[in-house]
Design a protein around this ligand. Structure first.
Ligand code: NAP
Ligand code: NAG
Length: 336
């Protein structure tokens, strides 16, 4: 009896180092997780606490602003807000530029110029090269101080990666990524020569604030490109040219309402006009780095979501996007 007890005590003593090792590993992992969590929270809180200081007079960069995609949505509201602040506008869009040009000139005493350019065209094709040359010529003739790269597409909507039509996602990559890069390449040399300029690239919270955006995989990947492109340009041209990436959550434009159907304007979903009023005063302000979330409701959302563990986020987001996918397919079937 005493012998058995002694043997049991010996086994326990042998297990102790193993248990201590386990305990230490778990404590270490816990500490790592807590540190990662704390740093995410810190980034979000910094974003939340940043207020726009005094907005700059954007005319200090030069009298002209280039805005892509200005016929609808955020882009249109940003264009009108820039004109309200006295900037002349060079508008770049596929078509229908007359209406927005007239709207700008009837409200504000500024000049407008238009370049019809389909940003989904490949510059390696004759039409693409011709569109790029037209843009280049228009930009070179003007003193462009501000560039707003807004044009973007989210087609084909919520679908699994293998379901997406290749032509459609190629087009999305061309507009969101190549188009933005080409327009920047056309405008930046002039800014470098003059030693002044401000660039606003429209990214998205879908690639910056949350760990994943399933069923919109290519869209969110193009937006990550926009953020990274902006961060590196921010560092590269830190003297004189202020590069920024804005990363909004939902804004009530047809891009969003068309796909999900639930995002009406609300406390967390500003109208494009409300978004533009918050966004334009941030242009050129590099406080806290190139990433910027101008709308206060979006900054609050950013903080709240930072507290949600990644796996829970992935699960909820996938469920919601699967719902959007079903409603999209139902709509398409009813149209047939
Ligand atoms: N709405 C949101 O919740 C949200 C959230 C995060 C980020 N964003 C980003 O904000 C930007 C503006 O989005 P939005 O909501 O205002 O969408 P929107 O209303 O659809 O505006 C996008 C604009 O881009 C233009 N465009 C599309 N394809 C083009 C092409 N091939 N060449 C030239 N222009 C083209 C569109 O012109 P047409 O009207 O002629 O197609 C439209 O004027 C996008 O980059 C988007 O990714 C939006
Ligand atoms: C942000 O969005 C909300 C609505 O979602 C709006 O009421 C508010 O005016 C916007 N602007 C700022 C500066 O936060």
């Amino acid at each position: 009896m005493a012998g058995a007890l002694h043997q049991h005590q010996q086994e326990l003593a042998q297990d102790q180092p193993a248990m201590a090792w386990w305990f230490l590993s778990l404590a270490f992992l816990g500490a790592l997780y807590a540190a990662a969590f704390a740093s995410r929270l810190l980034v979000s809180l910094t974003l939340l606490c940043l207020h726009p200081p005094k907005p700059k007079d954007l005319r200090c960069y030069g009298p002209w602003a280039v805005v892509t995609g200005p016929t609808s949505g955020i882009d249109r509201s940003v264009a009108l807000e820039l004109a309200r602040r006295g900037l002349n506008l060079l508008l770049v869009e596929v078509a229908n530029l007359q209406e927005i040009s007239d709207a700008v000139r009837s409200r504000y005493a500024v000049k407008t110029a238009a370049v019809v350019s389909d940003l989904s065209l490949d510059v390696a094709t004759p039409q693409g090269a011709e569109a790029a040359r037209r843009l280049q010529d228009a930009v070179e003739a003007l003193d462009v101080g501000v560039l707003v790269n807004n044009a973007g597409v989210v087609t084909p909507g919520a679908v699994f990666f293998h379901e997406a039509d290749v032509e459609e996602w190629m087009r999305m990559i061309r507009v969101n990524l190549w188009g933005l890069t080409e327009v920047t390449a056309a405008v930046l040399p002039g800014m470098v020569r003059r030693g002044r300029g401000a660039v606003l690239n429209m990214g998205s919270a879908s690639s910056e604030a949350i760990p994943s955006f399933p069923l919109y995989t290519i869209y969110t990947a193009t937006k990550r490109y926009v953020a990274q492109f902006s961060s590196s340009l921010y560092a590269e041209y830190s003297k004189g040219i202020d590069v920024q990436c804005q990363a909004p959550f939902f804004v009530a434009t047809t891009m969003v309402t068309g796909f999900s159907g639930i995002w009406r304007p609300s406390a967390f979903v500003p109208t494009p006009d409300a978004y533009a009023r918050a966004a334009v005063p941030w242009i050129g302000l590099g406080r806290g780095g190139p990433l910027c979330v101008p709308n206060l409701s979006h900054r609050i959302l950013w903080c709240l979501l930072a507290a949600v563990p990644g796996s829970i986020h992935d699960w909820v987001c996938l469920r919601e996007h699967l719902r959007q996918r079903r409603s999209m397919f139902r709509k398409a079937a009813s149209l047939r």
